[in-house]
Structure formats: C-alpha cells, structure tokens
Ligand binder design. Structure first.
Ligand code: ATP
Ligand code: MG
Length: 332
C-alpha cells in the first residue's frame, strides 16, 4: 500500500453508464489495491442542481452504490460513504468560501458549461450553491486528505480549483492540507450513442451498466453510423461511426481489425456490425448485471456497507477538522 489516499465519488442522480465505467471506474477498481480509497456518494452536491427533487437523489444513493459494487469496487478495500453524513465537509466549505472569489468560480470552465446546460433550472441567474459546488468538492477531497482523484476529464478544472484553495489555505494558516491530483484514464471521455462528444446521463445517449440485454440491443441498433453510407455495399468510414468506436471498447482486437477492413471495403453491413457489438456488449456487462441482481435482492448488504463506510470516513474527517480549526485559531 502506498502512503497516499484516493478520494473520489459521484453524484447520485442516476445509474452509471459506460462513460463512467471507462472514464473513472476502471481506474478506481485498479487503484484500490494500491491506495487507501474513499468513495463518496455526493448527495449534497447532487442537490445543488436537484434541490427541487430530493426524491430523485435519495432513490439513487443505493443505485449508485450497487453500480459501484457490481463493477468491482470492493468494500474491504474502498470505503464508500454518504457525503451528507459528514457535516465536517459542510463546515470546511464555509471556511474555504473566504479563499475563493466569485469571479474565479464563474471562470471555471466546467461550471460554465454546466450552467449553460441548466438554463431551464436556473433561468438567468445561477444559485449560490451551484456556483459554489467546486468549493464543497474541494472540502470533500481535502477533509479526507485525498491526494489522488481518479475521474473523467471534465473534473480537471475542479481539481485545479481545489489545489488553489489548498495553496491559499496553507499559505495563510500553515501547512495543514494536501494538494490533490487528478488521475485520468486513457479513455478520458467516452462518446455518446448519438455521436455526441460525451456520453451523459442528461444527454439521453448512454448505455447504462445495468441496462438489460434488450435495452442494450435496442440502443446499439439505433447508434449513429457513417451517414454517407446508404447501401450495404457502399464503403464505410469507421472513423466517424459510433458502432466502430464502441467495438474498440467491447470487442477483441482481431474482431476490430476485421470489422474495420470489411466496413471500408463495403463488405460488412451496419446491421450485422451492430448485432455483433450488441452481443459483445451484453457479454461484457453480464457479470455486472448478475451482481446487480443479487444486490438488488439484498439491499441490507448495501445499507451495511454504507453505514460502516460512513462511520469510518467521519472519524477521519474529524481528525482533519481538528487540525484545520487549530490552524485557524478556532480550536476552543
Ligand atoms: P449529467 O449528464 O447529469 O451531468 P453525467 O453522465 O455527466 O451526468 P456525472 O454524474 O456528471 O455524469 O459524471 C460524474 C463523473 O463521471 C464526471 O465528472 C466524469 O468525471 C465521469 N464521466 C461522466 N461521463 C463521462 C464520459 N462520457 N466519459 C468519461 N468520463 C465520464
Ligand atoms: Mg456531468
């Protein structure tokens, strides 16, 4: 075990898709053997853009944990816990709010993109909570001394913001906090079934880890292919075909090579290609689906993991807060 901690997590706003899987989950599963790992279910952060829908957040807490466990997160190696049960994080967020300017938050490219996407919710003026979620995220990571954050590419500006807060804190109050680093996967961003640059829950272009074989087949049959290819024996361009793109994730190297050659030569129809992809994707996700079915039938296992994980994370957060408060002359 190396002496650094991983702190990472997701918002419980829906089930996880293969973008999450290849973007961050594979790394978390791999790294949990090497580093002490904490994974938070970010329910408070989920409320920043779902404050009007608490049921949705609540319902997805267990779903998210089931996805984690199905994909190979091992509760013996990774501590899974609920963000709202660690009030120390909220306290630290308040302290950090003095160390970051409003202009800096407004310049954060990830937040900027997200605000633009959420016009319907926010109208012309975004909430204080949403604009400030990078501050709360910085508290999530640092309250547990996180130094490594396996996440997708869109998290980069948020980690950078966290690093700035840490540096500012340490320069004013003394060296208390650790500066985290993002750990990107080689698949930094998985594209959507519709050809969109990003697969996303709210974009309606995702294959979920928990999708049934029927759903997977239906989605793949509707995936975007080379639009210039009209007849089966027209030569295709796999570089702009989503089916070819996903074959690289789910099919063997040999299969990919053959598919690519036959497509370019106009010898392989899109329907056959999609059917093969659906079969391979269903097979790839089978063990996860089976694990999910088991856990769905045993919710008490999930609840116990969360209970234990949260108690452990809380203890660690309390330790950090003691140091933080002492440094800030708040240690009464
Ligand atoms: P939403 O559409 O509601 O924003 P989402 O599908 O983008 O949902 P998030 O909960 O925002 O999912 O994602 C959590 C994290 O998972 C992201 O910050 C990112 O690091 C990673 N992630 C999400 N989608 C992808 C993707 N398509 N490729 C790689 N990583 C991804
Ligand atoms: Mg997102």
């Amino acid at each position: 075990m190396e002496n650094k901690r991983i702190v990472t997590g997701d918002r419980p706003t829906g089930r996880l898709h293969i973008g999450h899987y290849f973007g961050s989950l594979v790394n978390r599963v791999k790294l949990q053997d090497k580093y002490e790992t904490y994974i938070l279910v970010a329910d408070v952060q989920a409320l920043t853009d779902n404050f009007n829908n608490p049921e949705k957040v609540r319902k997805n807490v267990r779903e998210l944990v089931i996805d984690y466990l199905s994909c190979g997160i091992d509760p013996k190696k990774s501590t899974i816990y609920i963000q709202s049960m660690i009030p120390e994080t909220a306290e630290l967020t308040v302290f950090y709010s003095n160390l970051v300017t409003i202009a800096r938050l407004q310049r954060n490219p990830t937040v900027k993109t997200e605000i633009a996407q959420k016009k319907e919710l926010f109208g012309e003026s975004v909430t204080y909570g949403f604009l400030g979620y990078p501050v709360s995220q910085a508290a999530d990571i640092t309250v547990l001394d996180g130094e490594i954050v396996p996440a997708g590419e869109d998290q980069e500006p948020l980690i950078e913001q966290c690093r700035e807060i840490v540096r500012k804190f340490n320069s004013i109050y003394g060296e208390v906090l650790k500066e985290p680093q993002i750990y990107l996967s080689e698949n930094k961003r998985i594209k959507g079934l519709d050809g969109n640059d990003k697969m996303g829950k709210s974009l309606g272009n995702a294959i979920y880890i928990s999708d049934s074989p029927e759903e997977i087949t239906k989605k793949i049959m509707g995936a975007v292919t080379d639009p210039a290819r009209i007849k089966k024996d027209d030569p295709g361009n796999p570089d702009i075909c989503m089916v070819s793109y996903y074959h690289k994730l789910f099919s063997s190297e040999d299969e990919c090579k053959t598919i690519c050659e036959e497509c370019k030569a106009g010898k392989r129809g899109c329907v056959a290609c999609k059917k093969q992809l659906a079969k391979n994707t269903i097979e790839f996700l089978r063990p996860m689906r089976e694990k999910r079915e088991y856990l769905e039938a045993h919710p008490e296992i999930v609840d116990e993991i969360l209970k234990e994980g949260t108690a452990k994370a809380k203890k660690e957060a309390e330790k950090t807060m003691k140091k933080v408060k002492k440094a800030m002359k708040l240690g009464y």
